[in-house]
Unconditional design. Structure first.
Length: 128
C-alpha cells in the first residue's frame, strides 16, 4: 500500500483495498500511507490532482459512507483536500447528493462557503 500511494498508483491502491489491505497500517514511525500524504503541508491550501483526491472522489461518487468515515476518522485533515479545480470532498458530496458524507464533513469543520477556481461553492452544486 505504501508503494502504491508513494508512486500514485491509484489502480493498485484500489486492488489492495478490495482484498482488505488497510491504508491505516502504521510503520515503525507511526505513519500510515494516508497520514504521510496529509503531512505534506497545509492540505487545504494546495490545489492539485493527486491520488488522494482521486480516491476521495471515487469514495464519494460511489457513496461508500463507511469507508469515508474510516478514512476521515484516522486522518481528518483529508476532508479538506482540494483538487486542481479547487473542489474537494464537500463539493463532490453536494454534487452527488451524499447527505451522510456532507454531515460528516460539517462535523469535521469543512466549510460550504469556500469557492473553487470558477467561483462556485459546494452549495452551488447541490444535487436536486
Amino acid at each position: 500500500m505504501w508503494w502504491a500511494h508513494e508512486y500514485g498508483r491509484h489502480d493498485i491502491v484500489m486492488l489492495l483495498r478490495d482484498v482488505g489491505v488497510s491504508e491505516n497500517h502504521v510503520d515503525r514511525n507511526g505513519m500510515a500511507p494516508l497520514k504521510k500524504e496529509s503531512n505534506k503541508g497545509n492540505i487545504g491550501d494546495r490545489w492539485e490532482d493527486t491520488e488522494v483526491t482521486s480516491m476521495l472522489w471515487n469514495i464519494i461518487n460511489e457513496n461508500r459512507v463507511e469507508q469515508f468515515k474510516e478514512i476521515t476518522a484516522s486522518t481528518p485533515e483529508l476532508a479538506f483536500v482540494r483538487s486542481g479545480d479547487g473542489r474537494g470532498p464537500m463539493w463532490w458530496a453536494h454534487e452527488y447528493g451524499r447527505d451522510e458524507i456532507i454531515e460528516i464533513l460539517r462535523e469535521l469543520g469543512v466549510s460550504e462557503n469556500f469557492k473553487d477556481k470558477f467561483g462556485a461553492t459546494p452549495l452551488n452544486l447541490k444535487s436536486v
